[in-house]
Design a protein around this ligand. Sequence first.
Ligand SMILES: Cc1cc2nc3c(=O)[nH]c(=O)nc-3n(C[C@H](O)[C@H](O)[C@H](O)COP(=O)(O)OP(=O)(O)OC[C@H]3O[C@@H](n4cnc5c(N)ncnc54)[C@H](O)[C@@H]3O)c2cc1C
Length: 501
Amino acid sequence: MSRQPDIVIIGSGVGGATVAAGLAATGAEILILEAGGHIEDRPENRDQRAIFQRGHFRPDETWYEADGTGFNPGNYYNVGGNSKFYGAVLTRYRREDFDEMQHLDGVSPAWPIAYEELEPWYGLAETLYQVRGTLGEDPTEPVHSQPYGLKPVADEPAISKVRARLKAKGVHPFSLPLGVDIERWLAKGKTPWDAHPNSFDGKMDAETTALAAALKYQNVKLQTGSRVTRLEAGPDGRIAAVHYMRNGEAAVLRPKLVILSAGAVQSAVLLLRSANDSNPNGLANRSDQVGRNFMNHNSTAVIAMSPWFRNDSVYQKTFGFNDFYLSDGEGGPPLGNVQLLGRISGTILKGSMPAVPEWLLNRVTAHSIDFYAMSEDLPSPESRIMVDGNRIVLKWVRSNWEAHERLVAKLKQVLRSAGFPVVVSRAFDKRTPSHQCGTVRIGTDPKQAPLDVFCRAFDHQNLFVVDAGFLPTSAAVNPALTIAAQALRVADHIARKDLAA
Ligand SMILES: Cc1cc2nc3c(=O)[nH]c(=O)nc-3n(C[C@H](O)[C@H](O)[C@H](O)COP(=O)(O)OP(=O)(O)OC[C@H]3O[C@@H](n4cnc5c(N)ncnc54)[C@H](O)[C@@H]3O)c2cc1C
């Protein structure tokens, strides 16, 4: 590699690794700077006490709420980013999510591009992430120009029975599109995969798929332990330098193009911290929207119990339903998506209920099935990431909560009717930013958005932001596949517009 790379990508998560995969064949010299290291193959990866009770993998990091209360956010810094821990549900936004949609609590704005524009890139992303699924089961499914290349992960027998019971009640369960090779995953240990880190064990995360594909090319290099601290904008508005720390030493690179993929929170933080005299509000921030419109789904765990139901499943997370996605089913507003959680055990529950004996929790979970209810969070400029000296301040102004409560109530009703007399729920902690997005959104008007529709900063011609930050809406489905699809689209655009000359 020449002394200065053509392109520096900051972060190796879903956005960074996928844009690298899309650019690798151009021959451009690409260096990926990643703050963390590799997830190693260790017993803790499958030890639920280590993960859920001792917080073994949670980085020692504090963010702050607007009132100054500190909290540990559970945001992961390692090669592959948060996808090393994800549930690998790799689903498309619904076609309607790209249009303006009226919700109970306001409007979800239209995207600056239509679903049809992203559709081919979704297909390529599904191939890259080896998504397993089936078409035709979900009435809200958008058009796919190609079928899934791999069959869906099979229900375990106990789960298959619940799917049948729900169908009998008129619900439309569909197999979740998943990036999991289940035989490989179970060969390492009989555990679910959601929230369990992956070390090349069969979960298709950003490292094992996109990054691995990119690193097959000699012109792509990954440098771990390299935390970017500041971007330097030159007098012509171009990003002139990338400053980072490695092994306690400051270093600087001067590439032609910079692709920022540090995640929705950290990318906004980096832009805000890079303010200079010409950009006093931070870089890419003429619109004053950097850090604003922070979204994170409204989500709740719903646990349905019956003494007559025995759940002997290991991984469970194989189906979802969207019967309340576009409307509440009675002509009312959209409520959201429902999908299985990755099989709660007593050991997992103990992490949030330390006073209850683990044996008792295990007895209860042996007779329960658990779901994840997810509703759209609407963008608002008051919901935002800010920096205060060294502090990261997260002021999440939740929206659309009543719709979420209605979704949870509907789900409970359905589960009771399907033979689970006791159904309890618990909202996910407000401070868990797993589905963080929206802080550096795309748009067509530089006064309203920091990025154009190809994720290029309106203010800096050689800067792109390609991670969950670009999402203009959160929809009510898992975000990773949409990030990956757009990353491939952006890579194609860069190859044609910036590298072809
Ligand atoms: C437990 C869990 C379960 C989830 N389940 C799902 C799911 O089933 N389906 C789904 O679609 N999504 C899921 N998600 C969300 C999904 O993982 C994220 O949406 C996705 O990873 C976001 O991609 P990204 O590129 O924005 O950021 P990330 O993937 O987080 O990548 C950001 C990268 O940047 C690096 N970085 C940060 N700051 C710097 C810096 N200053 N310098 C250098 N590098 C830096 C980080 O170390 C990281 O590698 C889940 C998340 C969690 C935590």
